[in-house]
Design a protein around this ligand. Structure first.
Ligand code: 3HC
Length: 710
């Protein structure tokens, strides 16, 4: 790209109105060429005597600047190169910060990473109060740190505590919150963003300077304003970061170091340290994996999972059958995210009322967290209604069934829905295991039947499995994927087979935890080892979250479909019988009180018929749990359950928290190497039985030295 291609400007009443619009790209990003363009433009503005101030905008309708060009920095192979890239970015922004004429910036749309760092270097920031306007430093999510001065300028602007809160978690905030924090100086309606920003540049050109008072009063001064208070802040942040990252993610600790160093030794030293650390992080394996996930997720946003997807139907009204926890979660999330009209139906009114209350709670939670205004809340609540009959379903373009995992129940609901809805209505089942073609056997319009498997809790879990049967019409697939996306989910289209992708690979893992327990491993120890491996929770805690009754059903279906390697652990049978269903029952493997998880319930060991005696060595516990999952994942890929390794990895990361820094189960298998996995599985199979026998796919890979990803 030639300099001058991305930035253009015109003079308006003594102010140069600069527009950044990277041609041919959906978002503005800061590449090497853009940096040259910015430098050249600012040089011209400096020399032009008619220019007294600068007002900077994006030419993209809904994006300000998405940050540094990620594709550019992933190509770098050495830390020194990456350090130079960061230092060059810093130098450019130092130039902007010390520009002899005042610079105001008008922000509408995503202002992220290097984009926010640019805005922070400007003298005045105006943001539109539009939901699309989001500001943040998500760098640690990519395994790097804000490397263009962000670790220095943000704490100086809003205080160390507030800045660390954003930088260490890679947070992105809505404009209102950014304004409250003091990141932006003025919040305006999008229609006047341009005028207000130009006016600010003019005022500054006439000698006016914004006066900023850091929010937070005495406490803020005590903790941010003096070295002693700051020490307390940094110590607390370090402790929390260590606990959260468990040394698996180096970026947050490095960012903490960059911020602390800069506040202690001054801006210049801080920038130097920031660039050094950026260089080191940018070439780590963790960063590579996290960037791969970013691109995989981005690619999935446009992928309908079928060749030549027809346009999706627009859903205005959604019917939800089943007012339980899942049904209510689907209803509440559909309203909160997609703003559709939702009618919930269940067998009796008390159940419907309970479901409505649970769905509404999702909207109330958004209001409490100030994600929506009172007015928006009232408008959204009005979209929710319920009934003990199918009244109102006649206008639904999509109906999602969320009843018990019982084939007959689901088929009955399908028949009832078909009788009350138009031909074009899509019927989606939220089954987690039952093949869609089995449910569709009861259908008069099997081409309209599909699976939409949400995860619990629906409002928070980011994955959706979309499962067409062999009869499902392509337009129905498009509609399910598009609606899932409107609900804020990452959707993967998977093959219609028991357990689909997630439960297929999760079941052997959970079962193996049962075997280990029976062999004397302690519950907390199994969970601790998997959390250390990088999962958000261990398998036994996960069983308690999912519910033993649900787990038992899932294993039953899988056992029937795939045979002995999915055989349930007999010792678990007593759990359901004695009502130890998990968190929802207040007791499972762990005890629960007041909604909080307490310690392990020792009585469980008796029920399972074992007592903790150390069990297998920690290394073996990890090996068995992980390899049994990788083996099943490889087998499922061989059967075409997921279309690509990318879908499989994104699914496992978003579906149950497979450690993102390992890139997903299939990338992890590639890293270990098929030959090594096969050898270890064979050894395990000899000692523990055929459930460990390595699958064909891994055997072939071992023989041909091939991988899932080329
Ligand atoms: N670098 C390179 N490409 C980027 C990019 C970036 N920073 N941000 C977005 N893109 C690309 C996407 O890959 C996608 O490419 P494609 O069309 O070829 O598939 C295209 O832009 C459109 O992106 P989305 O589909 O994600 O568009 P949305 O409108 O849904 O979302 C967004 C826009 C919110 C900006 C989202 O793309 C996003 O979150 N981007 C990444 C933001 C980020 O992490 N920034 C930090 C970068 S690192 C940095 O700045 C380092 C600095 O401190 C030195």
């Amino acid at each position: 790209m030639a300099p001058g291609a991305a930035l253009t400007w015109e003079l308006v009443d003594g102010v140069a109105v600069v527009t950044f619009d990277l041609k041919g790209e959906p978002v503005n990003k800061i590449s090497e060429a853009v940096k040259q363009d910015v430098l050249a433009t600012f040089e011209a503005l400096e020399q032009d005597g008619a220019v007294r101030g600068v007002a900077f905008f994006s030419g993209k309708p809904d994006n300000f600047i998405a940050g540094a060009d990620i594709e550019e920095f992933v190509k770098l192979t050495t830390a020194a190169e990456a350090e130079r890239l960061s230092a060059a970015g810093q130098e450019l922004l130092e130039h902007v910060a010390h520009f002899p004429k005042p610079v105001a910036v008008g922000i509408h749309g995503a202002c992220l990473g290097g984009g926010l760092e640019f805005a922070l270097a400007c003298g005045y920031r105006v943001a539109s109060d539009h939901p699309k306007t989001q500001l943040g430093l998500p760098e640690v999510q990519l395994g790097i740190l804000p490397g263009a001065g962000g670790c220095q300028r943000l704490p100086r602007l809003i205080g160390a505590r507030a800045a660390l809160d954003i930088i260490l978690a890679g947070k992105v905030e809505r404009a209102q919150k950014a304004y409250r924090l003091g990141i932006v100086d003025e919040l305006v309606h999008p229609s006047i963003l341009r005028d207000v920003t130009i006016a600010a540049a003019q005022r500054m050109a006439a000698g006016w300077r914004p006066r900023r008072k850091r929010p937070g009063g005495f406490m803020a001064w005590l903790l941010d304003g003096n070295p002693l208070g700051r020490r307390v802040v940094f110590r607390a942040a370090r402790k929390l970061t260590l606990a959260q990252t468990r040394a698996n993610y180096p970026a947050p600790l490095a960012a903490l170091d960059a911020v602390e160093h800069g506040l202690k030794h001054g801006m210049a030293e801080g920038l130097k340290r920031e660039a050094q650390l950026f260089g080191q992080l940018a070439v780590t394996d963790v960063s590579r994996k996290l960037v791969q996930i970013f691109f995989a997720t981005t690619a999935l946003k446009k992928d309908f999972g079928i060749p030549n997807p027809p346009p999706p139907a627009t859903v205005h009204r959604l019917g939800v059958v089943g007012a339980g926890f899942m049904g209510a979660g689907i209803a509440g999330t559909a309203i909160a995210q997609a703003e559709v009209d939702v009618r919930i139906k269940d067998a009796d009114l008390p159940r419907v009322a309970k479901g409505l209350a649970a769905a509404r709670e999702i909207l109330d939670d958004r209001l409490r967290r100030r994600r929506i205004t009172k007015y928006e809340h009232a408008r959204l609540v009005a979209l929710l209604s319920g009934s003990d009959a199918y009244s109102g379903f006649g206008r639904a373009e999509l109906v999602i069934e969320a009843m018990f995992e019982e084939l007959q129940v689901k088929q009955q609901v399908l028949r009832e829905v078909e009788a009350t809805t138009p031909e074009a209505t899509v019927f989606a089942s939220n089954t987690s295991t039952i093949p869609i073609h089995r449910i569709a056997e009861a259908a008069a319009r099997p081409e309209q039947v599909i699976g939409m498997h949400f995860f619990s809790p629906v409002a928070r879990m980011p994955l959706l499995e979309v499962i067409p049967s062999q009869h499902t019409a392509p337009a129905v697939v498009s509609t399910a994927v598009a609606f899932g996306r409107r609900m804020g989910k990452t959707a993967i289209v998977v093959r219609d087979s028991p357990g689909f992708w997630i439960n297929r690979i999760l079941t052997p893992y959970m079962n193996e935890a049962g075997h280990l327990l029976v062999e004397g491993a302690a519950i907390e120890e199994i969970d601790r080892l998997m959390v250390e491996f990088g999962f958000p929770v261990g398998p036994i805690t996960l069983l308690d979250e999912v519910g033993m009754d649900v787990g038992e059903k899932v294993v039953g279906v899988m056992h029937e479909a795939f045979g002995e390697r999915f055989a349930p652990v007999p010792a678990f049978a007593g759990m359901v019988k004695s009502g130890r269903l998990g968190r929802k029952a207040g007791k499972g493997f762990y005890k629960y009180a007041g909604g909080k998880k307490r310690g392990v319930d020792p009585a469980v060991y008796e029920l399972v018929g074992t007592h903790p005696n150390g069990g297998p060595r920690p290394a073996e516990v990890i090996q068995r749990l992980i390899l049994v999952m990788l083996n099943e994942a490889a087998r499922a890929v061989g059967e075409g359950i997921v279309r690509t390794p990318r879908d499989g990895d994104v699914g496992a990361i978003f579906g149950f928290g497979f450690p993102p820094f390992r890139g997903g189960p299939l990338r992890h298998a590639d890293d270990l190497g098929a030959a090594r996995i096969v050898a270890e599985l064979e050894r395990l199979a000899e000692r523990h039985g055929a459930r460990f026998a390595p699958c064909e796919v891994l055997r072939d890979q071992a023989q041909q030295a091939s991988k899932f990803y080329r």
